[in-house]
Design a protein around this ligand. Structure first.
Ligand code: DGL
Length: 256
């Protein structure tokens, strides 16, 4: 098979990375994507770095069996924990994510920048490095338990969680909210509703899609056309989870 005809592997601890997959598909409709949600081992964000690396290795072994031409880590937590290891071990390009703090800081208007992410993301060296460069006005906001509500499509539960979270802040003093976990992007419409219009909401999905395009293009690996396929798999209970993934994928194609 010609190199550029090969699929691109995309994974997350569960359904969150499907928000990224939507952005990838919009940017690169001609590509074939294979998505893997490691639902059985979710959440990653309350595990140790070593535990996440072990989970990620199993996922990547599975995806590379499908002869992928590139790998997108559609998970901030797994990116921080395992991107460097994967880059050292794999010969295909590895595209990783980080909380979109940089664009929020660049558009800074005098207030705080709340960075919502998993507890593990916020502890990692990768994030501490990002804080050193762009964190002058950032406030890390760990959100344990929030990804589970997205996995269960529990919008009422998520709304309640977010109301409690934001009630601790004087929103008058907030400039931007960074969605530093791919699961939270599915809550963007709910969060948008809750916050004053003035507060910017940033996430890394569109930037990741542009980065994937740049990397594929630089290596002559782009597949053109508009007939790319999408296959989804889960390490969890397929009968229950695949329909959720399908529903969220349709939603993801519309979230910008
Ligand atoms: N979606 C993942 C992220 O972007 C993490 C969720 C989790 O497994 O805790 O960080």
């Amino acid at each position: 098979m010609a190199e550029n005809e090969k699929p691109i592997g995309v994974f997350d601890s569960g359904v969150g990375g499907i928000s990224t997959l939507g952005a990838l598909k919009r940017e690169l409709p001609g590509e074939h994507f294979r998505y893997y949600g490691d639902t059985k081992n979710a959440p990653y964000g309350t595990k140790s770095t070593e535990e996440v690396i072990a989970c990620v290795r199993r996922v990547v072994d599975h995806l590379t069996e499908a002869d992928i031409k590139a790998l997108v880590i559609a998970c901030n937590t797994a990116s921080g924990a395992a991107a460097a290891t994967l880059r050292a071990e794999l010969t295909i390009p590895v595209i990783a994510m980080e909380p979109a703090l940089k664009p929020a800081e660049e558009a800074w208007q005098g207030g705080q920048i709340l960075v919502m992410a998993t507890p593990l993301t916020l502890k990692q060296e990768k994030f501490l490095g990002l804080m050193d460069r762009f964190g002058a006005h950032a406030v890390p906001l760990p959100c344990p338990g929030l990804m589970e509500l997205v996995e269960r499509e529990d919008e009422a539960g998520a709304r309640h969680y977010l109301e409690t979270l934001f009630s601790r802040w004087d929103l008058e003093k907030v400039d931007a909210v960074v969605l530093g976990c791919t699961h939270y992007v599915f809550l963007k419409p709910v969060i948008r509703d809750m916050l004053p219009e003035r507060i910017r909401i940033t996430d890394g999905n569109a930037g990741t899609a542009r980065q994937l395009r740049r990397v594929l293009s630089a290596r002559g690996l782009l597949r053109t056309g508009a007939d790319g396929s999408v296959r989804m798999e889960t390490s969890g209970e397929a009968e229950r989870i695949l329909p959720v993934m399908e529903r969220l994928y349709r939603k993801a194609l519309d979230i910008v």
